[in-house]
Design a protein around this ligand. Sequence first.
Ligand code: DHB
Ligand code: FE
Length: 284
Amino acid sequence: MTTTEESPTASGSGSNATANFQATRTYRAGQRTADPERVSAVVSAVLDGINRAVLDHEVTYDEFQAVKQWLIEVGEGGEWPLFLDVFVEHSVEEVAARSQDGTKGSILGPYYLPGQARLDTPASLPQRPDERGTPLVFSGRVEGTDGAPLPGAELDIWQADEQGYYSGFAPHLPDGNLRGVVVTDDHGCFEIHTIEPAPYQIPTDGPTGKMIEAAGWHPWRPAHLHLLVSAPGHRTITTQLYFRGGQWIDSDVARATKPELILDPSDTGDGTRSVEYHFVLEQG
Ligand code: DHB
Ligand code: FE
């Protein structure tokens, strides 16, 4: 596939996501020895669910072999992070949220890249000179659950462009595009100049996309900003912010929206949109 400005592409985004996953600390954290009782309980529940589906839906040998072939293709295409983050991470996040206070969390997804440019507020996210999209000014404050402002807090932000592509996972985009770590000022405040992202579509040319198509589902996530918000002595929040009235808000393929995470930007009169959001971090 060619990768010109006229025909942008997410080609390779699945395998890039796998390479990125294996290079991060999240992967190594999973290498500790697990409690055999817990392994048995969870693995039994997964296998019970699969066997139940086979019996209830009278899965045939043809279908069984087709599933094996599809599983092989997901692995060969490097799409496991993409598949699991879309269809499973929301439940893992729901469990984590049970013991979390402050701003609601949402899924991390497969496209986080650490080590982006650190930017003082007010900040403009790195973008192409001709970056398309409605300009967005996103501002607000980071505070503790006691309401105290958190100066020096970090908002590690990443988003898709106006066509729904993420830098680092779409070959036509420059590294670091629409990514940055913005630091709050002495009052815990931030101001970020960016563009409104477009909805994101699961790549349709890989096995995950083929499964979605075969099932007659849609492959869309609503437009969103990703954030990791952190401050010394506080628990980091992994979250996403959405846009009121945005397409797919009520039918996110990744089931990762929450009513508390929906922004409602207003027009400023010069073609820019602006919105505020306050993040609350718990101690610990
Ligand atoms: C996926 C992509 C995203 O942008 C996201 O936020 C969550 C999941 C995915 O393709 O798996
Ligand atoms: Fe995303």
